[in-house]
Design a protein around this ligand. Structure first.
Ligand code: ADP
Ligand code: MG
Length: 622
């Protein structure tokens, strides 16, 4: 048999390749806009006719092409952007494959006009189905203009496959927005059938977003910013009250390239956590900057997926960044307390000053320094443990006091109340207000806090567990907890199994703040306890700790530190049923929202729920 393998002519090869690169008019738009950006332009126009089926024109004021380059640009694998394989690991341009123009020229009629600075005349090339029809000198503005006419003119199957004009134009606008949004330093305009669709001036990222989505979006944006060695995250998230039922404005950009990534999307959703209902989606506009060597550069021209070397860390950083942004900008409930309470009964003595709640943002936070905990935990918030224990000391000491003083005080003032809510007639609901914050304890279990936008219900036991958990994680990070020496050391007897376990875990348990020595087979002398425990029932707490630890180990297979921290937090936390004074509630709420992850326990169970005022109004049929 004679040889039958032939090399395909370039025109055919290009047409086949074009099928991958250019699927619809919007793909050509993306390629041309990206080329214009790579050419250093600061003004780019897109002109569309008949949803791109008749004309796609991109005009830029970039550095243009010489006559030779203009001709070469249509060759396959012709690129000025990389020269060696090493360059692939240091990409700073949108394109690098040298395929787009060859592909477009294979399936359309293309007119190129381009001129470099310093030349009087530019070059004009007409190319159709990969055939150069004309090449001549022309007078044209500095920069480049590509006109793509009759896309798929020679591939009828493709042309017939295109969707209706409204669908195709929607895809084009989407591509235009994705490219224009992240390049706010370039002015962009778009015309469709002679009508101006966008006219975006140079400005900030915020101005660009507003330019694209309209003035109303401005008030919805909360800035996000986080710089770490691995990634920097800059941009905005939408305030929760503007969240939509449909996935709308969700934009991730990596090194100025739009990407889709379900995992990172989850990180943002997770940061919004309790702030949104299940069927709501946050909007976000986040620009990530990463060393190009740390991402998979083999980006398919039409695909928006991307692979990261260290996806988990990036997840944690994004989540933290968004959470902190929401906290800093009064979205997080602590910062958003109603200033004017409807019941004006100051329970605190007038000499007491009320500190406005603050969110601590740890600038040093680098989630990569610790390996002991899940990404959800910030172990490096150095100020946390100390402040936390200071406030909690007073909380614990207050527990010992009779709360009757406060209740009495409340009754004295009762008459002055305009409205006297009847909270289940429950004597114990030591509901308290101040002119700064309204905090009411319900059923000795929940704390109701009034916010501008609604109410927040905090589960006291879970909230305290979260606070302690983070402070114990801190202890492990630092290698030690703060110990309160007992006036009278206690000798405690344990079961043999528990004594074994205690012995095995003694280094870590000492890091939690305990101080003890083994005495005999299953007895220990405890001479110090974590400072926040004071003189509570030490034996019960240690037994609770060991019990929880065993349970978690068998069921959850947690890491040792994480397990000990959560077990100890569970064992030592304020329990449901405990009456709390105003100061105790205030300390609890403040500390909770100083946590890295205030809204849930490490196992995901909520610590707080929000009652949205609008939802309430709706339920009352307002
Ligand atoms: P790639 O962008 O992957 O390099 P393209 O086929 O899109 O491949 O473009 C080929 C080459 O043509 C580019 O590398 C660039 O040198 C040149 N080029 C394309 N568009 C422009 C433009 N608008 N201005 C200047 N040069 C351009
Ligand atoms: Mg390109």
């Amino acid at each position: 048999m004679s040889d039958i393998i032939k090399l395909l002519p370039d025109a055919v090869a290009n047409q086949i390749a074009a099928g991958e690169v250019i699927q619809r008019p919007a793909s050509a738009v993306k390629e041309l806009l990206e080329n214009a950006i790579d050419a250093g332009s600061d003004n780019i126009s897109l002109v569309i006719k008949d949803a791109g089926k008749a004309l796609i024109q991109v005009i830029d004021n970039g550095f243009g092409m010489s006559e030779t380059d203009a001709r070469l640009s249509f060759e396959r694998h012709a690129t000025s952007k990389i020269a060696t394989a090493d360059d692939l690991f240091n990409l700073n341009t949108k394109g690098f494959r040298g395929e787009a123009l060859a592909s477009i020229a294979a399936i359309a009629q293309v007119e190129l006009k381009t001129r470099v600075e310093g030349n009087d005349l530019g070059t004009q090339i007409l190319i159709e189905g990969s055939q150069v029809k004309e090449q001549e000198l022309c007078s044209t503005a500095k920069g480049t203009s590509f006109s793509i006419k009759n896309l798929f003119f020679n591939v009828p199957a493709r042309r017939n496959f295109l969707k209706s004009n409204p669908v195709e134009i929607k895809h084009i606008i989407e591509e235009f927005q994705r490219v224009a949004m992240v390049h706010a330093d370039i002015s962009f305009s778009m015309y469709n059938n002679g009508n101006e669709v966008f006219n975006l001036k140079k400005g900030s990222f915020r101005q660009r977003i507003v330019g694209i989505f309209g003035d109303k979006v401005n008030q919805k944006l909360v800035p996000v910013e986080e710089n770490t060695d691995i990634v920097s995250v800059v941009g905005f998230v939408g305030k929760p009250e503007f969240a939509k039922k449909t996935r709308g404005e969700q934009y991730f950009f990596v090194n100025d390239r739009f990407i889709k990534n379900a995992y990172l999307n989850h990180a943002v959703n997770n940061a919004f956590d309790q702030l949104l209902s299940k069927d709501q989606h946050p909007s976000y506009f986040l620009k990530l900057t990463i060393d190009p060597a740390k991402i998979d550069i083999n980006i398919h021209p039409t695909k928006t997926e991307i692979k990261f070397e260290d996806e988990r860390s990036i997840y944690a950083i994004i989540r933290t960044a968004v959470k902190q942004a929401l906290g800093k900008h009064n979205i997080s409930p602590t910062l958003d307390f109603e200033q004017e309470s409807s019941f004006n009964v100051p329970l605190m003595k007038s000499s007491d000053t009320i500190k406005a709640p603050t969110i601590k943002v740890n600038q040093d936070y680098n989630p990569f320094e610790t390996k002991t905990v899940s990404p959800s935990v910030n172990t490096n918030n150095r100020s946390f443990a100390k402040q936390s224990t200071e406030k909690w000391e007073s909380l614990y000491s207050d527990f010992e006091k009779d709360t009757s003083e406060i209740i009495e005080h409340k009754q004295e003032k009762e008459e002055q109340k305009v409205i006297s809510p009847d909270w289940d007639n429950e004597e114990s609901s030591s509901f308290v207000e101040s002119d700064k914050q309204t905090l009411i304890q319900l059923h000795s279990k929940y704390i109701l806090a009034q916010l501008k936008t609604g109410s927040l219900i905090i589960d006291q036991e879970r909230a305290h567990t979260r606070i302690l958990f983070e402070s114990y994680i801190q202890n492990f990070a630092k290698g030690q907890g703060i110990t309160q020496q007992l006036l009278f050391p206690e000798t405690l007897d344990f079961t043999t199994a528990d004594a074994e376990l205690l012995n095995e875990l003694q280094t870590e348990i000492k890091q939690l703040g305990f101080d003890f020595e083994k005495m005999g087979k299953s007895s220990f002398v405890v001479s110090g306890v974590p400072v926040e425990l004071k003189e509570q029932n030490v034996k019960k707490i240690i037994e609770g700790l060991l019990e929880q630890f065993k349970l978690n180990e068998s069921e959850l297979k947690l890491k040792k530190h994480e397990n000990l921290a959560i077990s100890m937090a569970r064992s030592a936390s304020v329990k449901t049923g405990k009456k709390l004074s105003y100061e105790e509630m205030k300390a609890l709420v403040d500390e909770l929202f100083s946590c890295e992850m205030p809204y849930s326990l490490p196992n995901g169970k909520p610590t707080t729920i929000t009652l949205n005022l609008e939802d309430l109004n709706q339920q009352f049929d307002y």
